[in-house]
Design a protein around this ligand. Structure first.
Ligand SMILES: Cc1ncc(COP(=O)(O)O)c(C=O)c1O
Length: 407
């Protein structure tokens, strides 16, 4: 598989490559995009073949899928060693839809939702949009080792004031792949408080080869907490624009209630395109997934080595999953802020993004998500998407390092 060749996506309605969207993130429409979690790799061959088959016929009538959940069950078994019968797997029109529907169905208005921070911003937005209360639980950050972890005492304390836990595993953007011990701790805490754990596992299949992701529902075997485990082929196979996810409920009553609600809203059936793509990759995409995870781990290692060799003030947070790296820029944040404030003429693009995303947008022509997107306290970080050719990733990092050291 050729991961060194990126797809040419400019002008294809890709938000990642859209100049106005890039502008809104870093204030420089010409910056190269390393932001939204969307990869630029060429398509997986079975996904591509399924798409071509549909396009060749060119008839997009109502579909019916009889074996899609079986394919998802097969995937959980071969990729994560989790045996879940197809009838216990429920389709969801994307993971955020699933999270949102679960929060509105299974928590009352005003409910306090504990969410680890740094937080994937839509979790915060959905919680607010639904009239629930966002309880920001800060992960512990070791600034010497550049690593995040759960502070158990604080987690227990925050959970005791919460009505549900909204977890992200592996965690976006910190890259934590939680150990079985950590997951058991979370589950036992939740069980003791009789609150549900909603676990968004969209990045699960992208755990790097040195790490093992354990689905929340699997870790829950023998514990008996109330778990809602959401997973998807979307990030894994770069088909996220088609919005497809699946859910495993530990509580059969919740499963039925979710399904009834989806039927009532007419959201319970996948489209022709995503049904075909999802089934193809879940049946035949394992080899591609293995190679992709190795490539991503290799790129991350090369990124860390590059910054070390350069003696860079930028540090990549330890991560064992996916294709987004949180970069600790605390060594230059103060100088970057002063620079941006004193030289407004060098940042003509306005106020899109935050200090660091504007700084790197203008001075390195690299568009990254500002740390503030994940919560105000993470202003000294940026998130960098390395889901593209290693060569362009390393070139962009060099430009960021040069800009940082020019301060
Ligand atoms: C943690 C997490 N959940 C959900 C999503 C989006 O999922 P979907 O497009 O299926 O709603 C993303 C996309 O970046 C994500 O990182």
């Amino acid at each position: 598989m050729d991961f060194d060749t990126a797809a040419a996506r400019r002008g294809t309605n890709s938000v990642k490559w859209d100049r106005a969207s890039i502008m809104s993130i870093c204030s420089n429409p010409d910056a190269e995009p390393f932001w939204v979690a969307d990869m630029d790799f060429l398509p997986e061959e079975h996904a591509k073949a399924a798409g071509l088959r549909i396009a060749e016929l060119g008839v997009y009538g109502y579909p019916v899928f009889r074996t899609l959940e079986e394919a998802a069950s097969h995937w959980l078994s071969v990729r994560h060693g989790w045996e879940v019968p197809a009838e216990d797997i429920t389709y969801s029109m994307g993971l955020l839809h699933g999270v949102s529907a679960c929060l509105s169905l299974f928590t009352p208005p005003g409910a306090r939702i504990l969410v680890p921070s740094p937080t994937y911003k839509p979790f915060r937005d959905i919680t607010a949009d639904l009239g629930r209360t966002f309880i920001e639980h800060c992960l512990a950050y070791d600034s010497a080792a550049h690593a995040f972890s759960i502070d158990r005492e604080r987690f227990r304390e925050d959970a005791s004031h919460s009505d549900a836990i909204l977890f992200c595993s592996p965690q976006n953007p910190s890259g934590i792949v939680f150990s079985e011990d950590d997951l058991r701790f979370v589950l036992e805490t939740a069980k003791g408080l009789s609150i549900p754990v909603i676990s968004d596992e969209i990045h699960a299949d992208l755990a790097h080869p040195e790490a093992t992701h354990i689905p929340m529902g699997k870790a829950n075997e023998g514990i008996g907490a109330d778990t809602i485990t959401l997973f998807a082929p979307s990030k894994t196979f770069n088909i996220a624009g088609e919005h497809c996810g699946f859910i495993v409920f530990s509580d059969q009553g919740k499963k039925e209630r979710f399904r009834r609600n989806e039927r009532a809203c007419r959201l319970d059936e996948p489209s022709l395109v995503i049904g075909e793509l999802a089934e193809a990759v879940y049946r035949d995409g394992l080899e591609y997934n293995r190679e992709l995870c190795s490539y991503l781990a290799g790129t991350l290692e090369a990124m860390v080595s590059l910054l070390e060799d350069l003696g860079s003030p930028l540090h990549i947070v330890q991560s064992h999953a996916s294709f987004v790296a949180f970069i600790d820029c605390s060594a230059i944040y103060g100088k970057a802020r002063d620079y941006v404030e004193r030289h407004p003429e060098e940042f003509p693009g306005g106020e899109g993004g935050g200090i660091l995303s504007r700084f790197f947008g203008a001075k390195a022509a690299v568009c990254v998500n500002d740390g503030t997107w994940f919560g105000g306290m993470w202003k000294e970080f940026v998130r960098f998407n390395y889901g593209t050719s290693r060569k362009s990733v390393l070139e962009a990092l060099k430009r960021m390092d040069r800009a940082a050291r020019s301060l």
